[in-house]
Design a protein around this ligand. Structure first.
Ligand code: NDP
Length: 244
């Protein structure tokens, strides 16, 4: 049975992704920074007959990342799928606010969305190398697409969230660099945009976003189950390839 880890899996898209991967026949580790809420999320999925476990994991805490990797090594000995889903959007989404995001805001956003992903990937890479077909999925956003941000015809053109958008652009650059590093291995690295999802990522999302977390999780599963000959280092959404 393939082993998968989803970070930030106690709620939102991460929880739906954990459920979808488990329904796909994987044993899924739900990574979460609050052990009690993460265990509760895992228990909910177990009532559905799914094979899941809770893994305490704060992606911004090096000790927590190391402990999670050590636990997975002892318990499972390998990892087949890593979904870097944990993410934050702490800046104001009101675009009438003309203040530019300050450096502290950038740091807070990058700590999770970029450095957290890098730290978790680095810690779990030895386990992914023990898989016959490792799959790394970085949950990004079209908000990180520079082409989209610069296209006046894009629905996202008027959205200005400097810290979040640049963190996802940086995450996409990490996807490309890592895919090159891992060329010649069976491991693929993919950035995905799940679409606009009914979660608590930003105020108003639950009321206005068109996609349920279960619907949005499908594209993550697609990237997590890419065929052996699929290209690595791509950026996709449910409609196909997204421009960087
Ligand atoms: P939510 O706010 O609902 O969930 C975010 C998850 O990330 C929570 O489980 C949260 O845990 C976790 N998390 C945050 N910081 C850390 C950390 N330091 N360590 C471990 N876990 C952490 O948001 P979504 O489910 O919407 O977001 C999931 C991903 O999808 C993000 O990367 C986001 O950028 C991306 N995305 C979302 C879109 C949307 O429309 N919702 C659109 C495009 C991309 P906790 O409960 O402890 O806070």
């Amino acid at each position: 049975m393939p082993i998968a880890l989803v970070t930030g899996a106690n709620r939102g898209l991460g929880f739906a992704t954990a459920r979808a991967l488990a329904r796909h026949g994987m044993c899924v580790l739900l990574g979460g920074r609050d052990p009690i809420r993460t265990e509760a999320a895992a228990a909910e999925l177990r009532t559905e007959g799914l094979q899941v476990g809770a893994l305490p994991l704060d992606v911004t805490d090096p000790d927590s990342v190391a402990a999670a990797a050590a636990h997975a090594t002892d318990r499972h000995g390998r990892l087949d799928v890593l979904v870097n889903n944990a993410g934050v959007l702490p800046e104001a989404t009101d675009t009438r606010d003309h203040a530019f995001a300050d450096a502290a805001m950038f740091r807070r956003t990058y700590e999770t969305n970029v450095f957290g992903t890098v730290a978790v990937t680095d810690a779990f890479l030895p386990l992914l190398h023990r898989s016959v077909m490792g799959r790394i999925v970085n949950v990004s956003s079209t908000m990180g697409s520079l082409q989209d941000q610069c296209d006046p015809k894009s629905p996202y053109y008027g959205m200005i969230l400097p810290a979040y958008q640049s963190s996802k652009a940086a995450l996409n650059a990490v996807t490309v660099a890592l895919a090159k590093k891992l060329a010649g291995t069976p491991i693929t690295v993919t950035s995905v945009c799940p679409g606009w999802v009914q979660t608590d990522l930003a105020p108003g999302n639950r009321e206005r976003a068109p996609l349920t977390p279960d619907e949005a999780a499908r594209i993550v599963v697609t990237a997590a189950t890419l065929a052996a000959d699929a290209p690595s280092g791509t950026f996709i959404d449910s409609a196909g390839v997204v421009a960087w």
